[in-house]
Design a protein around this ligand. Structure first.
Ligand SMILES: NC(=O)c1ccc[n+]([C@@H]2O[C@H](COP(=O)([O-])OP(=O)(O)OC[C@H]3O[C@@H](n4cnc5c(N)ncnc54)[C@H](OP(=O)(O)O)[C@@H]3O)[C@@H](O)[C@H]2O)c1
Length: 260
């Protein structure tokens, strides 16, 4: 048994600790050769709840938010389900000075794009996610989604269509990679993540375990059908801060990550 704990003693936003976190969470080299890597970042309580009073906010904390920010700053695109966008009032990812040089050197835009998966197209198009993005927001929908609503969305976002009835997620992930967005991050929610994992698309899970018991009937981080094959994951990093555990698990068949 190996103990992998590496406590983070640095104050919030200390550039050195941000750099250390960026090194811990570096995407593997394959992203530089056009092959996408899909990482999920989720938080749950000790008894498995993926939300508290309808939101993930109550499970989070300063250290979790810092890692959340670092994972976004390393990514090209953040894939998210429409219900999370609606529930959490998603805003555009921001360009952060701390990561500007590294992103420019890696040929990345100053901030990742947000890509929203939706069948209904029920999105608030007057929200900053559509009016003030650093990189134009992407909406991924079905070929048979409401045509008029799709035209309205296309005024303020890039629209990708994939699948009929429900979004074909392998095709959606491939379409994002075809834009050169190979450093992919998904922030759920649980219904989207359940499908991504079930489709065998998830390369990595970064799970923050909050030191909280909540009870109740909140979903777990994967919701939906039982996966056709149970997926074993390999722990590669474990960080503790203020009782939170920040885990990083990879699919065992994938090679260990190296610096981009
Ligand atoms: N613990 C965490 O880390 C975490 C992370 C994220 C969210 N959350 C919480 O989870 C809740 C929201 O998550 P959720 O699981 O209910 O919803 P979700 O996965 O965020 O979004 C579900 C919605 O995404 C769209 N969608 C998903 N798969 C689709 C497909 N294959 N084809 C077409 N559209 C698809 C549909 O949108 P339309 O209805 O528009 O068609 C669907 O209603 C919130 O309470 C949020 O706070 C927790």
């Amino acid at each position: 048994m190996q103990q992998l704990i590496s406590p983070l003693g640095q104050p919030q936003d200390d550039p050195q600790s941000l750099a250390a976190l960026a090194a811990v969470y570096a995407y593997p080299d394959q992203v530089n050769h056009g092959r996408p890597w899909l990482r999920a970042n989720m938080v749950s309580g000790l008894d498995g709840a993926a939300r508290l009073e309808g939101l993930s906010e109550g499970l989070s904390g300063d250290a979790d938010k810092r890692i959340f920010g670092v994972l976004r700053a390393l990514s090209d695109v953040v894939l998210v389900g429409a219900e999370t966008v609606r529930a959490e009032g998603y805003r555009p990812a921001r360009a952060r000075a701390d990561f500007a040089a590294a992103r420019a050197a890696a040929g990345q835009a100053p901030a990742p794009a947000i890509a929203v998966v939706t069948r209904s197209l029920g999105l608030d198009l007057t929200a900053p996610l559509f009016t003030e993005p650093v990189v134009r927001t992407v909406v991924i929908t079905t070929e048979d989604s409401p045509a008029e609503a799709r035209r309205a969305v296309a005024e303020v976002a890039d629209v990708i269509t994939a699948g009929v009835g429900s979004v074909d997620l392998p095709a959606a992930v491939a379409a994002l990679a075809a834009r050169g967005w190979t450093r992919q991050l998904t922030e759920g929610g649980p219904r989207l993540l359940g499908q991504l994992a079930g489709d065998g698309l998830l390369d990595e899970l970064c799970l923050s375990l909050a030191p909280l018991l909540t009870g109740g009937d909140a979903p777990r981080i994967l919701q939906g059908a039982q996966m056709p094959d149970v997926q074993r994951m390999r722990l590669v990093s474990l960080i503790e801060q203020k009782g939170f555990l920040f885990t990083r698990y990879l699919r065992p068949t994938d090679s260990a990550p190296t610096s981009p």
